[in-house]
Design a protein around this ligand. Structure first.
Ligand SMILES: [Fe+2]
Ligand SMILES: [Fe+2]
Length: 489
């Protein structure tokens, strides 16, 4: 239940009070904490039928009441007792004005005169105070009756108050539950990103971009997206799916997750040591004046070979001639001892260096791709509340493509929920434009959008969503320069 729902429910309850007890107006105040941590009573619902007032007027929304004797609202909360007051008494009994001072502020603001009121605490079955209800200006049942609240009204109010208290308590519990879930989600994201600080901020940015895109979809009035509207709960569902889409990375080996080049640092170090050993062996073999020219040639050959390895180790696209040179280096051997030969490159090292694009081998890529299945397994274990059940499925399909070339299920088209298609767009966009990856320069926004557009043309990404993403500028997060981007026709 959201705050809007609570206000609506309290309004309906207040209307029932007015009908059953028979009075002109009333207000409900809920117990909340102010910025200083003090418990105060805050206006949540107000009805004054003779004035046509159906909600708390804006000018009164900031009015709060302390739990003390300075107002009847505060006194009712403090003492947890029902108070009945007859305004006409104030004129004859000077010491009976606790309500009038504050009530008169409201009366003046509303241009209203409170003649009498009934004020009751809203207590849960456990006896916790959650608010106060006030009813004003009793309407007499017939011409003979007096316009004052009587004991019957008091009893009726007591019975109905417990219903209002339960509504407030349920709402408070739901808000607390949401806060706990938000805290849990943030803690999970912190845990994922602590393992891979290089991609820190990715989950939050994908979340912000996806919500931007969902809001833009909600604004679409025509076409395929005109019929789609994400309500408040669906927005929360998308938010959680976006924040947790990569939670499965928690199960991927850290070395693979952080791998920047084709060789792991310790593998390159081992090769470097072998080259030093080979150089030292040449120096021993080619001693003496007459061998200096040959020694220099051999050393230069080793140095060039090592430079070739360093060039191939970069995660860029590997030129064909470099991969041929790398394969040649597996044949380069130097006798370092009587019975020992040192190889410049072993087969498993040359395999890694011959990766044609990026830094990962097929096996390592498979290992990383497993994060999506782990994401699903982890999220499936969470007992998502009503309306949030699709979080695991939405997150599970964030690497699927419309033509079935994605992973892990290779599902196609309609089998991919719209929320997942949105995540796919925002996830790729952020991976391309992220500025915080030391091993990869950030792609400029216009180029990143061009890459996404290319995937749309290949039938991999949703073109309608992509168009909204670009044209509504949903890709803009605070502090981003976007002047070069053109609209999609
Ligand atoms: Fe992912
Ligand atoms: Fe991601």
């Amino acid at each position: 239940m959201s705050i809007q729902n609570l206000t609506g429910d309290l309004h309906s309850i207040l209307n029932s009070f007015l009908d059953l007890i028979g009075c002109d107006g009333g207000s409900i105040y809920t117990l909340e904490k102010n910025l200083q941590g003090e418990s105060v009573l805050v206006f949540k619902a107000m009805i004054t039928r003779s004035l046509g007032v159906e909600a708390v007027p804006t000018r009164l929304k900031s009015l709060v009441f302390r739990l003390d004797e300075s107002s009847t609202v505060g006194r009712t909360g403090l003492q947890r007792q029902v108070y009945k007051e007859d305004g006409r008494l104030y004129q004859v009994t000077a010491d009976q004005v606790p309500q009038s001072k504050v009530r008169s502020v409201i009366d003046i603001a509303m241009g209203y005169e409170t003649q009498n009121l009934l004020s009751a605490p809203l207590l849960t079955p456990r006896g916790d105070l959650v608010g106060v209800i006030q009813l004003v200006n009793k309407i007499p049942g017939d011409l003979e009756s007096e316009a004052i609240f009587d004991e019957k009204d008091e009893r009726l109010c007591g019975i109905m108050s417990s219903q209002a208290a339960l509504v407030i308590e349920n709402s408070t519990l739901l808000v607390e539950q949401e806060k706990i879930l938000d805290g849990f989600v943030n803690a999970c994201v912190t845990a994922i990103e602590a393992r891979d600080p290089v991609t820190s901020g990715h989950s939050q940015r994908v979340c912000d971009l996806s919500l931007n895109l969902a809001k833009s979809v909600n604004r679409e009035e025509a076409g395929a997206l005109g019929l789609i509207h994400f309500n408040e709960t669906q927005m929360r569902e998308l938010r959680y799916a976006a924040m947790l889409h990569d939670i499965g990375k928690i199960s991927v080996k850290e070395d693979i997750l952080k791998k920047e080049k084709k060789l792991y640092p310790w593998e390159l170090h081992e090769i470097e040591m072998r080259f030093k050993l080979m150089k030292a062996s040449y120096r021993l073999q080619y001693q003496g004046e007459g061998n200096q020219f040959e020694l220099a040639r051999k050393v230069k050959e080793l140095e060039q070979a090592y430079q070739t390895i360093l060039a191939a180790n970069e995660p860029t696209v590997l030129p064909k001639d470099v991969s041929a040179s790398i394969l040649e280096l597996t044949k380069l051997q130097v006798q370092v001892d009587e019975n020992e030969v040192c190889c410049a490159l072993h087969a498993h090292e040359s395999d890694r260096l011959c990766i044609s694009r990026g830094s990962l081998s097929r096996e390592e890529r498979d290992e990383i791709e497993k994060h999506v299945s782990f994401t699903y397994e982890i999220l499936k274990m969470v007992p998502w509340s009503r309306g949030l059940e699709q979080v695991p499925v939405i997150a599970h399909r964030h690497h699927e493509k419309l033509d079935g070339t994605g992973y892990p299920m290779h599902v196609k088209g309609e089998e991919i929920p719209i929320q997942s298609r949105m995540l796919t767009i925002t996830d790729i966009y952020d991976a391309l434009t992220a500025k915080d990856r030391p091993y990869k320069a950030a792609v400029p926004i216009d180029k990143a959008l061009a890459i996404l557009e290319d995937e749309v043309k290949q039938g991999k990404l949703d073109g309608v969503l992509f168009k909204v993403f670009v044209n509504s500028k949903a890709y803009i997060l605070p502090g981003v320069e976007t002047s070069k981007v053109k609209k999609v026709a």
